[in-house]
Design a protein around this ligand. Structure first.
Ligand code: EAX
Length: 325
């Protein structure tokens, strides 16, 4: 009997220590605005898997999709004060915190996905992540939202003239707003979590987002017309709170960076998939899609908006990106 009791006691201790280890896993929050079947969510899955593996279960990840932790600007503020651990965000509101990143938001800057990814993965991308790091934020990795396309509820848009007069929700981004003003579109900046209702209620006529977002955030339910303008590449970035970051050892920080890169890779693959397959799906869901767009007309229309950037920040970074083709 004594022996059995002892064995039981030992087993009990072993069990207790196992569950203590399990309890000690630190839960990392990830916030983003898109749905739990989006390209960002695919990235969170890869981030979680990689971080859990690298850390041997020391960290676990909890996803908060669909703007549950707020819009992108509010979440970035949350990172700065340490109420959120990590966020995946478009660069939409990022320029308000790190003005150097505004260069990425210029319309028709990147020719295609390859060029954009290559720039962000290279020296320029690193330089910009370092700037992020100087503004009470930590830039873990560039990830992706995708080329943005115009949708609206009123009419087919084939030329900039067709878009003229539309009231379009834009991100809270000076460069985007300036570009739309040049097209004689009325830009209405708004946080993403308010967008669906604004479209539904007709507060705005349209919006612009990548296929990935239009599809997975169900914007097709409240928008009938889409034009594949691809007017601006929309990068995304995975950010961490400096409060979290400073509590980590160098080794742990390495795990986070590596996991964020794995997330970015998975997200980019999903964006590429949706960019082709998603258009067909949107048509099946009843959207009319203007596919063969004369992009040069749109490009010419928004060109003057570049001065909003160059007047403030010069053209050094812009030239570097242009010469990277
Ligand atoms: O990052 O605000 C937007 O339109 C963004 O594209 C969306 O939040 C995903």
């Amino acid at each position: 009997f004594a022996r059995t009791a002892l064995t039981t006691a030992i087993a009990g201790v072993a069990l207790a220590s196992t569950s203590l280890t399990a309890l000690a896993a630190q839960t990392i929050t990830v916030g983003h605005t898109t749905s739990d079947n989006s390209h960002y969510s695919v990235g969170v899955d890869a981030f979680k898997k990689t971080l859990e593996e690298l850390s041997g279960g020391e960290f676990t990840v909890e996803e908060h999709p669909s703007g549950a932790l707020g819009g992108e600007r509010a979440m970035i503020e949350g990172l700065q004060i340490g109420t959120i651990d990590t966020v995946i965000t478009s660069t939409g509101p990022l320029g308000n915190f790190v003005p150097e990143t505004y260069v990425l938001d210029l319309p028709f800057l990147f020719a295609d996905y390859d060029q954009a990814r290559c720039v962000l993965d290279g020296e320029i991308g690193q330089e910009l992540l370092d700037k992020v790091g100087q503004n009470n934020l930590v830039g873990l990795a560039w990830t992706e939202n995708g080329f943005r396309h115009l949708t609206n509820s009123l009419r087919d848009v084939k030329t900039p003239e067709d878009a003229s007069g539309l009231k379009i929700r834009t991100m809270e981004n000076q460069m985007h707003m300036a570009a739309f003003e040049e097209m004689d579109v009325h830009p209405t900046p708004m946080a993403f979590p308010e967008l669906f209702t604004a479209l539904q209620q007709g507060t705005v006529d349209g919006q612009e987002n990548p296929v990935s977002v239009i599809l997975t955030s169900n914007l097709w339910e409240v928008q009938d017309h889409m034009t594949l303008t691809g007017h601006v590449y929309s990068p995304a970035v995975m950010l961490a709170s400096p409060v979290l970051w400073n509590s980590l050892s160098e080794e742990q920080q390495g795990w986070f960076t590596q996991a964020a890169k794995a997330g970015a890779e998975a997200t980019r693959a999903e964006v590429s998939r949706l960019e082709t397959e998603g258009v067909k799906e949107l048509k099946d869901k009843g959207m009319t899609v203007v596919e063969n767009v004369d992009k040069s007309q749109f490009q010419d229309a928004v060109e003057p908006s570049y001065s909003v950037y160059t007047d403030q920040y010069g053209s050094e970074m812009l030239d570097k990106i242009r010469n990277s083709e």
